[in-house]
Design a protein around this ligand. Structure first.
Ligand SMILES: [Zn+2]
Ligand SMILES: [Zn+2]
Length: 543
């Protein structure tokens, strides 16, 4: 339970925050924000039951009513989930334990009558039996939670500081991006958004390795089902280190002191999920051989790139977040698609995959982009807009997905490849897609802070187009109209030729496959471009 000195601290904090708000014209016009003291407590008294016990204490209430909302979706997975389906037994009292009236406004929103009290205690239970990057699990092996599925917030107070106390089963360790060690139980977050952006693992046995890159501490946590071979574990950790070094070179090291890879290996579930200071990596396979380790490195390469691309440099609807309904926006082809591209090419540049493997992957993804029936009518922006329908969405009715939807991951990856080659060709190798991302960062992340959330503002499609134009040194509007907003067939063969690669089609129209390979007739200039793109000496690395 949150102890009383802490509550007292929050009362004082709430009062001081209210006091220091500037009395500028704007503030007067908007009415000063009155911060509440907000503290969560999560307990796991009976892991096998799959029920979390959650308590929320609020102090400093000055209004007659207070709304509590459970998110209906969780950033990073775009379908509407209605987590409240698993919430039950909500009991609300004053801080002194007197019952408070509440009514359910909709399935995920409750209104408390707080005229009689300046404090409230809300207790409820949540059933959690799904290990994933979006849901939560509690069973006899572990707990792993994603906060959007567990923690209600006070409407109008997402920006207030929150405190979290974790009460694990006896002997279990706690780890998340904020935990200095396994024994930490008390956590402070600058706002609700960061509370739920901090997935937490609680388990009897967890390994934790660390390394430093660019003055930051990186940690690799593994909850492995069964004995984990230490040589394979270190292969994974060293691989992650190479990925971090490689990806930090694109946009610079991220603004953080510590980053944590939170891995679950060998438990039911398969997912990767990006967060501000960590990523979840979940796969049912145990780490028994180097191929399994390399699969995990594939997750790490994609998810860590998100530390900039989507978590900080973000589409305008993705921070701050509206958790009351699913969000539709056009830029996931950048947020996910470019991340997919960098995830793949970074493995190559970090020396984890060889060029031959890279070409196989690109060939498969190009095959998808050039054969998926939905490509004929659905643009990259429209595909992004449909994310809430397809990214984890329930499918109670039959859907002809191949004709109805093209993945913004794969199409976005294809567009990133084309843009990278386009920029490199137009600038004689002087610039690349890296520079477009740097320009996008400057335009959005480095812009004046637009809300309480993090830094800067979210970007629009126009920002993306301008950032690419900056890097290419030419107005790319027509290109975007044709290939991003439009559905013109992507010109892979023509583009790959510029870096000395050939694209060969095989099979009939029903089973068409595309293969990427070094072009035997590549010019010296094309070979030089390819070498730079691979960031390897082409004469020794190519095979
Ligand atoms: Zn676990
Ligand atoms: Zn992703």
């Amino acid at each position: 339970m949150p102890d009383s000195p802490r509550l007292a601290r929050y009362v004082a904090l709430a009062a001081s925050l209210a006091a220091v708000l500037p009395i500028s014209g704007a503030a007067q016009a908007k009415r000063a924000h009155h911060a509440l003291g907000i503290a969560y407590h999560i307990a796991m008294p009976d892991p096998a039951s799959h029920y979390f016990d959650i308590e929320l204490r609020i102090v400093g209430i000055k209004s007659d009513s207070l709304d509590l909302q459970l998110p209906v979706w969780s950033p990073g997975r775009y379908a509407r989930m209605d987590f409240a389906r698993n919430l039950q037994d909500m009991v609300v009292t004053t801080g002194e334990g007197k019952p408070l009236a509440k009514e359910e406004v909709n399935g995920s929103l409750w209104r408390l009558r707080t005229r009689e009290s300046s404090s409230a205690i809300i207790k409820y239970r949540v059933f959690a039996n799904t290990l994933s990057g979006t849901f939560s699990v509690l069973d006899s092996a572990h707990a792993n939670w994603n906060g959007a599925s567990l923690f209600v917030y006070v409407t109008g107070h997402k920006q207030d500081l929150v405190h979290l106390t974790v009460e694990p089963p006896a002997g279990w360790k706690v780890m998340n991006s904020q935990a200095e060690n396994f024994a930490q139980r008390e956590f402070d977050f600058p706002n609700y958004d960061e509370l739920i952006d901090t997935p937490t693992e609680v388990a009897p046995s967890i390994s934790l390795d660390s390394f430093n890159v660019d003055g930051r501490l990186y940690r690799v946590m593994l909850h492995h089902n069964g004995v984990l071979d230490s040589a394979l574990r270190m292969r994974f950790v060293r691989g992650v280190e190479r990925i971090v070094k490689q990806e930090n070179a694109v946009l610079g090291p991220p603004p953080l002191a510590m980053y944590t890879f939170v891995g679950n290996a060998g438990y039911k579930g398969s997912d990767g999920m990006e967060h501000l200071y960590s990523t979840q990596i979940i796969d049912p396979h145990v780490l028994t051989d180097t191929a399994a380790v390399d699969d995990y490195l594939g997750y790490a390469s994609h998810e860590y790139f998100h530390v900039w691309n989507v978590k900080r440099i973000r589409p305008y609807l993705l921070g701050p977040f509206d958790y009351t309904s699913e969000r539709y926006e056009p830029s996931l082809w950048v947020a996910e698609g470019w991340t997919e591209y960098y995830g793949i090419i970074s493995l190559q540049r970090a020396g984890i995959t060889r060029p031959a493997q890279l070409y196989v992957t690109l060939g498969e993804d190009i095959t998808y982009d050039l054969t998926r029936p939905a490509r004929r009518w659905m643009s990259a922006r429209e595909a992004s807009m449909h994310a809430p329908f397809f990214d984890g969405g329930a499918q109670p009715m039959a859907v002809d997905a191949p004709s109805n939807f093209i993945s913004y991951y794969t199409k976005g990856e294809g567009l990133a490849l084309l843009l990278d080659i386009e920029i490199r060709s137009r600038t004689n190798g002087g610039r690349s897609l890296d520079d477009a991302l740097r320009s996008l960062k400057k335009r959005s992340w480095d812009a004046p802070k637009a809300s309480y959330y993090l830094q800067g503002r979210g970007y629009t499609e126009l920002d993306v187009e301008r950032a690419v134009s900056d890097a290419a040194g030419v107005d790319m509007h027509d290109w975007f109209t044709r290939f991003v907003g439009g559905t013109e067939e992507l010109p892979f063969a023509e583009s790959l030729a510029k870096i000395g690669l050939s694209l060969t089609a095989s099979g009939d129209s029903a089973s068409r496959k595309y293969t990427v390979a070094p072009a035997p007739d590549a010019t010296k200039e094309q070979l030089a471009r390819r070498a730079l793109w691979l960031v390897h000496d082409v004469t020794t690395a190519e095979q």
